[in-house]
Design a protein around this ligand. Structure first.
Ligand code: CUA
Length: 660
């Protein structure tokens, strides 16, 4: 089908790139299809009390969190705190979860989260975990889908800007990471202090493979040393290509300033094709070298419901020049961004930001070219395959500024075009465009549930748009981003729904609800709570002084705290409120807040213990209260702490329910 010509209506943000491209193509959105239809409304309507068909796990971008939406309704169900402190439940503020945010840069309570990826078994989503990368201070988190909490965060050493992350291999053997910003490393591969202008000679990149254990525990298994390009995105292979992973790079020019221009000179950059299986086998046999690579691994100790940190000092590194066969470069036009592998594992699609065509590499051809040593060059020991030998097709008219591709499992691919603000559907048989739909405005990633797995659910597509403008009631200069749900079950794509999204969603995962719902934890068994500061009955509740530290071992149950009157605290004390919620029922959290506290509240789930540290600055009597409306007598759920002068001789005392 011939793509429809539209009246060109270029927007301001497209002008610089258009100038670079010097292309005239399809314009930005016309005003068609703006209001949807009642038919569309019915397709996204989830009646009161009914549940959505999918969980949509969206990255929060610069919020650092993982907002969760129901699909197709677009209802915001929950936000999992991951890389950023969350006052909503005290994550990163309370003593139990603070260690999750430890790094070699100290305590880092924020990050820029990009790509959630569900764990897979045999190339299909299995509903166990979601991994997500931190772009700024390189880290990967694992979110446990039995309780929607962050279970582990591992730091990635020898890396700066962890963007090509966190994509999994077919059985979640590994999660990927790579340097977006290359870093200076000396001959011993230690970080060094050199002029930025020595980039070409001193800066290197690393591509990291993080091993995932049976219980999800992560470890940096090995890094592959690569030239100092910017490694951008990745996806693992599947089927015939399942032992391989693919990483796009840009800035093969190795520019270090004004990349907008200086990294846009080469007609082609590279996809790094890595035989991770071979590299892993080599490492298991002792290959490679241990180099400095301090990094933290932070994990939730399930027994104690308490996060712990461990510091790991070295990392194993492989030099491709010494280990032929682990990595090849696939020339790819031009400054490629996304790299996506179709459900059969045969085709590797690159989104060339500055390319006029969408290149599709063939895995079979790549294997042939490797066998025939059909190389057009070599960079730092990495063979560069001959472009014409490996490319299967160049999709024409796939839009301007193509970024990312997902698949429907029915032989079609869907690609976002940022500048022409559309999603383009094309055939994996003819490599011709068969349909296109405008998006509002400028999509980055897109998501089809299971769309990057062996077995996509080709029913809905979500466009994750970068620019919102006039789509909703305005909220001043700062607007939420906008997602659009598109029906892809027929020949023609149909826009069903807009919904605003918190933060800046980059990638997302749609996971069938039935893979997750049955495994939900509804509350924590009090009996299994082995937190060292837990108190499981009111009779164990107490207050103890230890020098300047005062420990309050407190319980909560509808609708009181034990104890609720505390005296003997002094200015200069560190008061630890260790609160155990002794309820044993679903959806009965209790909160805790005390006047003047310099952290957030605590929100404590039934059976759980959480600790707030309070350093009272002034003499007085301070109220504390439950922050979560837990019962009709929630407002009565309160208490007082008396704070005396530093030199006071008021002894510690505490009580509940005793007047006078
Ligand atoms: Cu407990 Cu409100």
């Amino acid at each position: 089908m011939e793509p429809k010509k539209k009246k060109s209506k270029l927007m301001w943000w497209s002008v610089p790139l258009i100038a670079v491209l010097a292309l005239t193509f399809y314009g930005c959105p016309s005003q068609q299809n703006l209001s949807g239809s009642s038919d569309a409304a019915q397709k996204v309507y989830v009646a009161p009390g009914e549940h959505d068909e999918y969980y949509g796990m969206f990255s929060g971008g610069y919020s650092g969190q993982l907002p969760v939406y129901g699909l197709p309704s677009g209802r915001h169900l929950y936000t999992v705190p991951v890389f950023t402190q969350s006052a909503t439940n005290g994550y990163g503020y309370n003593e139990e979860t603070r260690p999750m945010l430890m790094t070699t840069h100290g305590y880092v309570p924020w990050d820029d989260a990009h790509h959630p990826e569900g764990s897979q078994t045999d190339g299909e989503l299995d509903g166990r975990w979601v991994f997500m990368n931190a772009n700024n201070t390189p880290r990967i988190a694992r979110i446990d889908l039995t309780n929607f909490q962050t279970a582990e965060i591992i730091e990635i050493p020898n890396s700066a800007g962890n963007h090509a992350s966190s994509f999994v291999t077919v059985n979640t053997e590994y999660v990927s990471a790579a340097t977006r910003f290359s870093i200076p490393m000396d001959e011993d591969l230690e970080n060094m202090d050199v002029p930025i202008s020595s980039y070409a000679e001193n800066f290197k990149g690393t591509i990291s493979f993080i091993k995932v254990g049976d219980e999800g525990e992560m470890s940096v298994d090995f890094q592959i040393l690569v030239p100092g390009f910017n490694y951008d995105l990745s996806h693992a292979g599947k089927g015939p290509s399942e032992d391989w992973a693919f990483f796009t790079s840009y800035n093969s020019e190795e520019a270090h300033t004004l990349l907008e221009r200086n990294a846009s000179r080469n007609d082609k950059d590279f996809i790094a094709a890595i035989n991770w299986r071979k590299a892993a086998d080599l490492v298991a046999d002792g290959a490679g070298e241990d180099i400095p690579g301090e990094h933290y691994r932070n994990y939730m100790d399930h027994d104690q419901q308490l996060a712990k940190s461990e510091l790991i000092e070295t990392v194993r590194v492989l030099d491709p020049a010494e280990h032929p066969g682990i990595i090849y470069y696939l020339p790819t036009p031009k400054s490629p961004h996304g790299v996506d592998v179709d459900p059969t594992g045969q085709y590797i699609v690159a989104g060339g930001k500055l390319s006029s065509v969408l290149p599709v590499h063939s895995f079979e051809k790549i294997q042939q070219a490797i066998e025939n040593e059909d190389y057009e060059g070599e960079i730092d020991g990495i063979p560069v395959l001959n472009y014409n030998s490996i490319v299967q097709a160049e999709v024409e008219n796939a839009g301007i500024g193509t970024l990312h591709t997902e698949f429907d499992g029915n032989g079609y691919a869907y690609t976002t075009a940022f500048i022409s603000s559309e999603i383009v559907k094309w055939s994996l048989e003819t490599f011709e465009v068969v349909d296109r739909i405008d998006t509002y405005y400028s999509p980055g990633h897109l998501m089809i549930p299971g769309g990057d797995t062996r077995n996509p659910d080709g029913k809905y597509l979500v466009a994750l748009n970068k620019i919102t403008k006039d789509r909703y009631l305005p909220t001043g200069p700062e607007l939420f981003h906008s997602a659009q749900l598109i029906d892809i079950s027929g020949d023609k794509m149909e826009l069903l729904l807009d919904f605003p999204t918190d933060g800046e969603p980059h990638y997302a995962q749609g996971i069938r609800a039935d893979l997750i719902v049955d495994n939900q934890i509804r509350f924590y068994e009090l009996e299994g709570n082995n937190h060292p500061d837990a108190v499981k009955t009111e009779s164990e509740a107490r207050v103890e002084r230890d020098g300047n530290d005062v420990h309050v071992y407190m319980t909560s149950i509808r609708s009181h705290f034990t104890p609720d009157n505390i005296e003997g605290v002094k200015v200069g004390d560190n008061v630890y409120f260790h609160l155990t919620n002794i309820e044993q029922d679903w959806d009965v959290p209790h909160g805790f807040a005390v006047m003047g506290a310099q952290t957030s509240e605590l929100l404590v789930m039934p059976g759980e213990t959480r600790t707030l540290v309070w350093k009272p600055k002034k003499v007085g009597v301070y109220p504390f209260y439950c922050t979560d409306f837990c019962s009709a007598l929630h407002q009565e759920m309160q208490g007082y702490v008396r704070v005396s002068p530093e030199d006071s001789d008021v002894e510690i005392s505490y009580r509940t329910g005793t007047e006078g």
